[in-house]
Design a protein. Structure first.
Length: 252
């Protein structure tokens, strides 16, 4: 397979991070721009270029489409992204603690044998990491769904906050990795901060100012849908223009 064919396949994999509609309408043009701006002999995208395409593709998928008129919902969506960031911090701390346990073969005040450490890793680490990823996914999912005006998402967000409230007592135990629905480390700071973010989100979602966005009457519903579609189109055009300007234009 030629260098050009390898590079094209790699770019197509990176463009898969963008929304399907955006790829369908602009994918071939973007691919042509990327291929035309690549230096001779390049076989794969660079690390910085790959990160740029992945980050911008994810942002286009996750960016809220809430119109500026619905300020309370826009604020709630931003707080949901903040909640995802807090959950990510908890995951990073958990992985760091696991790395220390694996390195020193000691936990809970007594040394572990190599076999015990291996068993601990196999049975515990995967489960803890997966369970720590779930809140991040839920925050992002609820941000996207609420940003699109889905009333069921507003209700589900409230239910999830109720579960978080019930789970809040778990982290107030002995130091170390604490037992709760989501593993946490080193004190209740992260769970409490997450709970406070969730409280603010629920309060904003059920404000009277948010009701018209989730249940707009008559022509207002169509107007909101048109505004969200227009914002999505503007974001797509802005990303297309950014790629053109940073990579140059396709030669005639």
């Amino acid at each position: 397979m030629t260098d050009q064919a390898n590079l094209e396949r790699a770019y197509r994999r990176l463009l898969a991070w963008y929304p399907r509609k955006f790829r369908r309408e602009n994918g071939e043009e973007i691919l042509a721009v990327l291929m035309a701006s690549a230096p001779p002999g390049q076989r794969r995208p660079g690390l910085a270029e790959s990160a740029d395409l992945i980050c911008n593709g994810l942002w286009m998928r996750l960016r809220p489409s809430v119109p500026r008129s619905a300020r309370t919902v826009r604020a709630a969506v931003r707080l949901m992204y903040a909640g995802a960031a807090v959950s990510t911090v908890n995951l990073i701390m958990l992985v760091a603690v696991i790395a220390v346990i694996r390195a020193h073969h000691a936990v809970l005040g007594h040394s572990l044998t190599a076999a015990q450490v291996s068993k601990f890793n196999a049975l515990g680490i995967t489960v803890w990491i997966v369970w720590s990823l779930i809140p991040i996914a839920l925050w992002l999912w609820m941000a996207l769904a609420n940003g699109c005006g889905r009333n069921w998402a507003r209700i589900l967000s409230t239910v999830l906050f109720g579960f978080a409230t019930l789970d809040l007592t778990g982290p107030f135990g002995t130091p170390g990795i604490r037992v709760s629905a989501v593993p946490v480390v080193f004190g209740p700071a992260v769970p409490v901060l997450t709970w406070l973010v969730g409280l603010a989100v629920v309060w904003l979602l059920w404000r009277p100012a948010s009701a018209a966005f989730f249940k707009p009457p008559g022509h207002t519903r169509a107007q909101h849908q048109a505004q969200m579609a227009d914002r999505a189109h503007q974001a797509q055009m802005a990303e297309l223009a950014r790629i053109r300007s940073t990579r140059g234009t396709v030669p005639a």
